[in-house]
Ligand binder design. Structure first.
Ligand SMILES: Cc1cc2nc3c(=O)[nH]c(=O)nc-3n(C[C@H](O)[C@H](O)[C@H](O)COP(=O)(O)OP(=O)(O)OC[C@H]3O[C@@H](n4cnc5c(N)ncnc54)[C@H](O)[C@@H]3O)c2cc1C
Ligand code: HEM
Length: 405
């Protein structure tokens, strides 16, 4: 337990952390990687370059400082981070290394503001926060390893099939080399893949949502090739161009808390943008087998039919199950697309949602690029959908969604 005096110190430094958090965490990462280059095997270097990881860490540290005497209030956020840590392979022995470098970075950035009392209070607070993470992550490691066919860390999977789903997205079917039974997963969960790319000093780890229903004898991921920008995406391009059927890749056990709640029977709306459809396809396939009478509206936004992945699979479900409705919006339809009789064009807006949905008493699950996430969440907030019925995931370090004022 932290003393009342130290609780007061931590809370009094929370505003400085809010202001200078990114500066501190940026300096922290520079120190961390200079002192422990082996940790470059774990961290996504593109997120570092774009500053996304620094911001995510600063927000988490700030939230912990504000809630230091009631950490249970931020437990859902801690669990979400712990899922990511477990999926990547963060270990208990990494915590002191991170703590030491975080404190040194704080001292450097805050200068005279980082008095010995402040640093001592933070050292104690960090150790309390770290222990919460370590305990939760240990439970997650045990759970992943103890289920039939379960494992800890990364295990070799063979790519048994590669299937082109659209101009940008290809699916990879993965089966364990050891032929042990494949643990199931909750629809919406992801795995991490760890690639050893020839000529690269460190491994590259990325997360991919499982895009098929659970209880198959394979895991399927559907990966968008990120080739629109320079430099192009490291892992997605390697998977598309270099990984062939028969190759093996290391995969960690399914993780993540963006999962379908099948204990409820409220109508569901799945809204996806681009490759963000992957976890929602898994949810759709689960709900139609486990709760076939539950009403579902599946909404997908894509640029056009060339980039519309998994279309056939979704249409098949819609044809067979009366309780599922399906809408597609193309922002940039092709000439061919314009001939479609049920074509919707443009982006998702509140007006459009109110046209296709009879009411808002539904659970909304959404996933897609940042702009899409903000637009969707703002439309739902304006419609009065409460926070507890909005479920979402970012395909990168979690960000704050913009609020409507
Ligand atoms: C929980 C979760 C689930 C996910 N599920 C899926 C999924 O189902 N399917 C899927 O395709 N993806 C998914 N992702 C995203 C995936 O993990 C990768 O982030 C994605 O494949 C890009 O990785 P990459 O290595 O190809 O690109 P990176 O090398 O990480 O680059 C990402 C983007 O940044 C650009 N870039 C690179 N360097 C710079 C720089 N210096 N400055 C500016 N821009 C730069 C690249 O061109 C690229 O567009 C998921 C992510 C998470 C967190
Ligand atoms: C109390 C201490 C820690 C806090 C508050 C913390 C916080 C976070 C946060 C907020 C994220 C982003 C989660 C997301 O994707 O939304 C994250 C990711 C991550 N963390 Fe931690 N973390 C801590 C300790 C550690 C330690 C000890 C390690 C191991 C060296 C570690 C390694 C990572 C890695 C590798 C990622 C993913 C980064 C990426 O892919 O860009 N973290 N952490």
């Amino acid at each position: 337990m932290l003393s009342n005096e130290n609780i007061a110190i931590i809370k009094s430094t929370a505003p400085i952390l809010k202001d200078r958090g990114v500066e501190i965490t940026s300096r922290f990462y520079e120190r961390l990687f200079a002192n422990h280059p082996e940790l470059l095997n774990l961290f996504n270097q593109t997120n570092q370059k774009k500053g996304r990881q620094q911001t995510a860490l600063a927000n988490a540290v700030y939230a912990a400082a504000e809630n230091i005497d009631r950490l249970e209030e931020i437990l859902p956020v801690v669990k979400q981070i712990a899922h990511k840590h477990r999926s990547i392979g963060v270990q208990a022995e990494h915590y002191p290394v991170v703590g030491e470098n975080l404190l040194l970075a704080m001292k450097e950035v805050l200068g005279d503001g980082a008095t010995p009392e402040v640093l001592q209070a933070w050292e104690e607070a960090y150790s309390i926060i770290a222990n919460v993470f370590i305990e939760i992550e240990q439970d997650m490691y045990d759970e992943a390893a103890m289920q039939p066919g379960g494992w800890e860390g990364f295990k070799a999977f063979k790519v048994t099939r590669k299937e082109i789903e659209s101009d940008a997205i290809t699916s990879f079917y993965l089966e364990p080399i050891d032929k042990k039974p494949l643990p199931s997963f909750l629809p919406g969960q992801y795995i991490s893949v760890q690639l050893h790319i020839e000529g690269e000093a460190y491994t590259h780890v990325r997360q991919y949502s499982l895009s098929d229903a659970p209880h198959q004898d394979y895991y399927r991921i559907s990966v968008k090739q990120e080739s629109d920008h320079d430099p192009e995406g490291v892992v997605s391009n390697y998977l598309h161009k270099s990984i062939k059927e028969g190759d093996t890749i290391p995969v960690s056990a399914p993780a993540g808390d963006f999962v379908l709640d099948t204990s409820k029977d409220t109508p569901l709306v799945f809204i996806s943008g681009g490759v963000g459809l992957t976890p929602l396809v898994s949810m759709l396939k689960t709900v139609v087998t486990q709760q076939p009478n539950r009403e579902v509206t599946f909404i997908h936004a894509a640029r056009n039919s060339q980039l519309h992945a998994l279309k056939g699979e979704i249409n098949q479900i819609v044809k067979q199950i009366d309780s599922v409705k399906n809408y597609t919006l193309y922002s940039n339809p092709t000439e061919e697309d314009r001939k479609l009789k049920d074509l919707n064009t443009g982006y998702i807006t509140l007006e459009w949602l109110q046209k296709v949905l009879p009411h808002n008493q539904m659970d909304f699950y959404f996933c897609g690029p940042s702009g899409f996430m903000n637009a969707t969440s703002q439309a739902l907030q304006q419609w009065g959908v409460p926070e507890e019925r909005m479920h979402y995931e970012f395909f990168g370090p979690a960000k704050q969604l913009e609020t409507v004022h």
